[in-house]
Design a protein around this ligand. Structure first.
Ligand SMILES: [Zn+2]
Length: 351
């Protein structure tokens, strides 16, 4: 649990009885929904008689929970997430592990929750709990269920099994069937105030917390994760590259970026161009707070219509990024178009 969740925790815990059989924790990515869901599950499973408002951390149930071996707790998530949370880095290619990654890429773990994972819950649902308390099923992110899985889950929600609590976590609740949403008690999870998120990040050893937060739309957990796995540095390296007026070399950068996850890279470009556009029109920067002087320098020379066209094109490229067969060509195309967009700015700069 995180400091910005205290109020909602109190509200939920005090109203223990009204939790019902299914809750949906919704809110943007990186604000600690999963951590909250797990704290809640642990609290509901805790067997200490003396607890008032949080899990005791001492009873057998709490210890099982911490070891991921509680028999009445079931976490359902896509294979891709399960693997990455086991320490396998799927997002960015790491140079030390190339071999492992190239074999993994051939056989990508699924990003969906398929019907097999929901069917596998039937044992849990049909049997009584091991410890005479709740059986808890946590599905995250719930919108990653495919349609068959979602329909299978819906049946369970329509006829709620006794003593069973479903906790659904969703970054994008509109990706869920409306019939699933309506059967859950919906809770909008709080986004921390900027100052709180910033101090929390600093306590966790993140320097440049303000910039790191802006880059990820103020999602503190995402900022922390990016800081831990050097993703922030890679991102800034990319921005430094494309914002350099004279030195920008699209082909060299495409070569360098070959192991970068393509959708991620397109997203970086989208955020960068968004800031160029936003600064030009409103004078505001949303993502790249530390780059203001560079942005100022660039935007005056960019053709606004061309920039708008490029931004539209990036939306299509974002879709294609998941399926492209030739990453190198894909990267070159994006970067060369960007270079053309900048050519005018560069030309004037050189003069
Ligand atoms: Zn306990």
């Amino acid at each position: 649990m995180y400091p910005w969740q205290n109020k909602i925790w109190e509200a939920l815990v005090k109203n223990n009885t009204s939790i019902g059989h299914a809750i949906l924790l919704k809110g943007k990515k990186g604000i600690g929904k999963l951590g909250f869901a797990k704290s809640m599950a642990k609290f509901l499973l805790c067997e200490s008689q003396e607890i008032i408002d949080e899990a005791c951390d001492n009873c057998l149930s709490c210890r099982w929970f911490e070891q991921n071996s509680h028999p009445d707790f079931n976490l359902v998530e896509p294979d891709a997430l399960a693997e990455s949370s086991n320490g396998f880095q799927t997002r960015l290619g790491s140079t030390s592990n190339d071999k492992l990654i190239s074999t993994k890429l051939k056989n990508k773990p699924s990003k969906q929750i398929g019907i097999d994972k929901i069917r596998a819950l039937s044992d849990v649902i049909n049997m009584s709990s091991h410890r005479n308390g709740y059986k808890i099923i946590l599905i995250q992110p719930a919108e990653s269920m495919n349609i068959a899985a979602a329909n299978a889950l819906l049946k369970n929600l329509e006829e709620p099994p006794p003593q069973t609590l479903f906790i659904l976590v969703a970054h994008n609740p509109h990706g869920l069937l409306p019939t699933i949403r309506s059967r859950c008690k919906q809770i909008t999870m709080p986004v921390p105030e900027l100052s709180l998120a910033k101090s929390w990040l600093e306590q966790n050893g993140v320097k440049e917390a303000h910039s790191a937060l802006a880059l990820v739309s103020n999602s503190p957990l995402t900022a922390l994760e990016n800081n831990t796995n050097n993703y922030y540095l890679e991102h800034m390296n990319f921005i430094n590259n494309i914002s350099a007026l004279k030195k920008f070399n699209p082909l060299a950068l495409a070569e360098e970026l070959q192991k970068t996850d393509l959708p991620t890279m397109v997203n970086w470009m989208q955020k960068w161009c968004y800031d160029l556009m936003s600064y030009r029109i409103t004078g505001k920067i949303r993502y790249h707070l530390s780059m203001q002087s560079r942005i100022e320098e660039l935007v005056l020379r960019i053709d606004l219509l061309q920039l708008a066209g490029y931004l539209r094109r990036l939306i299509d490229m974002q879709r294609l990024a998941h399926h492209t067969l030739n990453p190198r060509l894909f990267l070159e195309e994006i970067l060369i178009s960007y270079a053309q967009l900048m050519a005018q700015a560069r030309g004037k700069y050189v003069k």
